[in-house]
Design a protein around this ligand. Sequence first.
Ligand code: BGC
Length: 763
Amino acid sequence: MSSPTASTPQDQPSSAHTLTELAAITSGAGMWESTELPGEIRALVLSDGPHGVRRQPQAGGDNLGIGNSLPATCFPPAVALGSSWNRRLITRIGEALGTEARALGVDVLLGPGLNIKRSPLGGRNFEYLSEDPYVSGRLAGAMVTGIQSRGVAATPKHFAVNNQETDRMRVDAQVDEVTLREIYLRGFEIVVTEHHPWAIMTSYNKVNGTYASEHPWLLTEVLRDEWGFDGLVMSDWSAISDRVAAVAAGCDLEMPPTHTDEVIVGAVRAGELDIAALELVRERLKTLADRTEPSEDTPTEIPWDTHHDLAREAAGESIILLQNNGALPLQPDTLQRIAVIGEFATNPRIQAGGSSRVNPARLVTPLDALREAIGSEVEITAVQGYSATGDSDRQTQRRLHDEALTSIAGADVAIIFLAQPRGSESEGFDRSHLRLPEAQLELLHDIAATSTQLIAVLGGGGVLELDEVTSSSDAVLASWLLGQAGGGAIADVLTGTVNPSGRLSETIPHRLEDNSSYLHFPGRERRVIHGEGRYVGYRSYDALNAPVAFPFGFGLGYTTFTLSDLAINQTGPLSWEVDVAVTNTGAASGAHVVQLYLTGPARAGEIAVHELRGFDKIHLEPGETTTVTLPLVRRDLARWNITEQQWIVEPGKYTIEVGSHSRDLPLLAHLETDGDTYLSAIDEWSTVAEWAANPLGAELIEEIRAKLPEHFAAEAEELKGMLLQLPMVKFSTWPIGPEQSRIQHIVARVAARRTGLARDDED
Ligand code: BGC
């Protein structure tokens, strides 16, 4: 206990609690518990994670995914859910997660994860939703809404710029402000401002020189002051190196406790930490406890069957049909024997390694589910084909290979399950390549050389280089990591019970080297420079018009859709509705994801590129047409303006493209806007071009141009390129005739005011 007599008045708590008590609540009481504030705030229970509840009931526990946890439904991890593009579905998963968390005594669930998949190598990409912040923010937000509807706090993570596992505890993620705002923070901003999570988790890394957990700009200025976050900020597990700096920066809770409370007490006594910061923690922790107080009628039974069915439905919506020459769906009446090949058919990878690992309540394998779906009329044989851990010796590999080839003799169709080996993807390290193991590829080629139809079912938490797979197979399914009910979902899609409607939320490149982060990932000497800027994922492939294996947003189904009748209706000064008619032109009912991309006016020094600004997944019966309405609001058009330090809609022409993926956007329209009625903060060092881009500055430039001396005007065309890049302060020193003194006067006034060019500056 602190001794109040030793304290000065400034370090006295204003509440009824002692300094020691207040210091204690700024860190957890154990691995999964916050510290109780006697008589005021109960201890809260925290648990991973994003795709299932990882509740470790015993004292201690671990955040590595190695120790036991209570059984829970293992829903599809984010890599799969991100491919569903279905917000309502994800909200339902959130509700189920909330229900299970409550039943297992958990107040705070540590998810969803929504870092950007900057590189396909990211070891934790399986826990994240997309390479695009709009998709990430919308889908993560849907999950937050679902979880919190059950009185359990969601904890979006890892805030921020945690896009790699290599060196994650030390690396300094260096990223320019526009990229930071528009790519790496944008998803979090959507979640915070529109879905109001009650907690948020920091990341391990530094952001531009300061640890995220100790970052006042990130945790207070941006998160709270700008976005209005009113919840609790907790550290990632053991992320804090300076606990005093963390509390001062706005990180309320250190998890788990790794520093003594004396550090905080001492800092307050020494006047290095304002006790008001501890009172703030108390208020925020209390708010969290109040928000998550279990109600009398909270159900304590988990509806296991319903949740398993939901996991299967979600897995089915997340599978992507990448290629199909008619081999799918299977037509059991025309088949006598199906040869299933590969250990992953009987021993599937349903999730990956690390803190998100759930102890699944059930497990259905693809082979069992397929047998059940197809019935006994068709014979289904199954062989191991290769070792799932990829470590069999050459002799065993040969035996498994030959056995597989023998098994397809006389089969009508072979279904091969392919994935990188078990243990290849986890929290804590990145992948080093995107290739399938040689043993699997060899088998694939040898089967392809026979006349048996070949269907490849790809598993795993990240994208792979697929050219050899697509050229060898009649049909290809991306089935990711699908959770405990994934086997059933794969059978549903193979047999056509479910019409695949998953869409890529991450581009599949031909080669790893084609990815824009390739030359900068994962950095060195404890720094990673985000040198590709905002050209992440499809933004780079599409800006370069580079060939890709499968574009962002891509996915086939067992029916076809056409889009028509694009119409833009202005609904306010800076808001519109974009209508598009969608028709199911095929013979099967199914779902389609309508996607809207926007390209704004080109900014100096930037290559313009379209960016996703709207999507909706709709279900249609054959022949049915419906109109999808996608809203566009001011923020969808706005870009981050460094000088203004705000989001600005530039005046000009915006292109709207609507279609089915980033390379198939047949509908196109434009809208013109005056943008925000603002004066950009032109200063004396702004270039002539920047002055010209400003409504009032443009008038002045136009006047100057009209009054240029003749000899100057004659050369003006030649000089244009140079002139445009000239800062005004320099331009005003040029011999430009009668206007020179007036320009100098205006420039001087602007320099003095630094608030922008106003009309009264012109006299
Ligand atoms: C992970 C977090 C996780 C925490 C608790 C950390 O290693 O980065 O995502 O929530 O452990 O398990």
